[in-house]
Structure formats: structure tokens, C-alpha cells
Write a protein that binds this ligand. Structure first.
Ligand SMILES: [Zn+2]
Length: 237
């Protein structure tokens, strides 16, 4: 088997790939040399191979004169029916044929009926109700931010906190982290602010499991709000 050159493929449609190569005259398989029984056997074998997108070449490519078949899925040339059977069992071919079958299945699916669309709508609505963030959840998150802000204001009166991400857009789960970032005056340096915030949260009764990672690209503090057990992720920009 031989992989065709990429440049050839890009210039032509896949179907034509093997048919216009520099070709050898004469039939790819000389059927006149076969008995009626052999010919029938060959035809049946080739019919089977077509289901795997392997076709007999119309002409033999000069660059690979012993090639008799081509797998249109994998763009490979194949020397015989036996090698084609071997090729069918290869992992990459199996993967390609599976993808093709899935594509065919999806493209022939009938459009959904009105009742199916309605059922999916109801199912999504239920998931949103059960797991999605309600207005009440968003309010709680805003409240947590305010509690944290009050804690920090004792030592950092000029800093403010800002919710972002799902707590802001509402597009998240009840269990989603709360993302908060801190804004501080230009006169202060980020490491100083971070250390004070870390200390303040550790000493606060409202927040537990305070953990810091200041070595990431964006330094981060992670903690949990005690009452509601929600994870608060503070990102400092
Ligand atoms: Zn293949």
C-alpha cells in the first residue's frame, strides 16, 4: 500500500485521484484469464469491498504498477483482495468507516417532530430548574461577595470586589465556583494586596479552607464560604 502524494489530492477531487495518475496501459485485472467461477468469486469479493469504500482501479498507476484497488476513505492503494481484507481490519480504516457510517446515519435522520421538540424543551427546562442558577442563587452569590468585601475593607478600605463569570451572567450551575476579582489602588502592589487578602480571609470566620497559588500566570486564592459551602475563587488581575 502506498500513500498518495498530498499535492495531487489537493488539486483533484477524491474520486478522480486514482483515475488520472500517470497510468500503465492494459486492464488492472485481466478477467479473460479467469474461469467463470473465479470471475464470479472476484465480483462478489469486490461488491463486498465496495461497502468499505474500496474500489478496483480503472488504470494502474505507473508509480505503483502492482496496485489494483484503492481505499477511498484512507487514500491508500492496495495490491489484492487479500490485502484489502487486511486493510479493512486496520484501526484507522475502522475509524474512518465508523465516522462515515455515523455521518450517513445523521444525514438521513428525519427532522424532529413537534412533539419531540417539545419533549426536549421540557427536559432542558427541568435541568435548568434543577441545576441552573436562579435569581435567588445569583443574589446569594452577590451577598457572599459583599461579605468578603466587608472582611477585606477592615485592612484594605480602598479595594473593591467584582463578580464575573457564571455568577454574573447566570449561565452556570448551582455548584459552579464563584469568580471574584479584586480591584485595588495603583499605589499598592499586587503581592502586598494578595498577602493581606489571604491573611484577612484566613482570620475571618466567614471563610474556610483558604488556599493560595501565587505562582500561576494569574495569581489565585481559593476558599469556601462557611455557611453556604460554596467555593469562592478569587482571581486577582
Ligand atoms: Zn481504508
Amino acid at each position: 500500500m502506498k500513500k498518495l502524494k498530498k499535492t495531487r489530492r489537493s488539486r483533484r477531487t477524491r474520486k478522480d485521484d486514482y483515475d488520472h495518475d500517470d497510468e500503465v496501459d492494459g486492464p488492472v485485472i485481466d478477467e479473460s484469464q479467469l474461469s467463470a467461477k473465479e470471475l464470479l468469486g472476484l465480483q462478489q469479493a469486490e461488491e463486498r469491498l465496495k461497502r468499505d469504500c474500496i474500489y478496483r482501479l480503472k488504470k494502474q498507476p505507473r508509480s505503483y504498477p502492482s496496485a489494483k484497488y484503492a481505499c477511498k476513505l484512507c487514500d491508500v492503494l492496495i495490491e489484492s483482495v487479500a490485502f484489502a481484507h487486511k486493510h479493512i481490519k486496520e484501526k484507522r480504516h475502522k475509524k474512518s468507516i465508523k465516522e462515515k457510517q455515523e455521518e450517513q446515519m445523521l444525514s438521513t435522520l428525519p427532522p424532529p417532530t413537534a412533539s419531540q421538540i417539545k419533549a426536549i424543551g421540557v427536559a432542558i427546562e427541568n435541568v435548568v430548574q434543577e441545576f441552573g442558577l436562579s435569581n435567588e442563587d445569583l443574589e446569594k452569590r452577590l451577598n457572599i461577595k459583599t461579605v468578603m468585601e466587608d472582611v477585606l475593607h477592615q485592612k484594605l478600605p480602598e479595594c473593591s470586589l467584582r463578580l464575573y463569570g457564571s455568577s454574573c451572567s447566570g449561565f452556570g450551575f448551582k455548584t459552579s465556583d464563584i469568580n471574584i476579582d479584586i480591584q485595588f489602588p495603583a499605589s499598592m502592589s499586587q503581592p502586598d494586596v494578595l498577602l493581606i487578602v489571604q491573611e484577612s480571609l484566613q482570620n475571618s470566620e466567614s471563610f474556610i479552607e483558604v488556599d493560595a497559588d501565587f505562582h500561576t500566570r494569574i495569581p489565585v486564592l481559593v476558599c469556601r464560604e462557611k455557611q453556604r459551602s460554596l467555593l469562592s475563587l478569587c482571581v486577582f488581575k
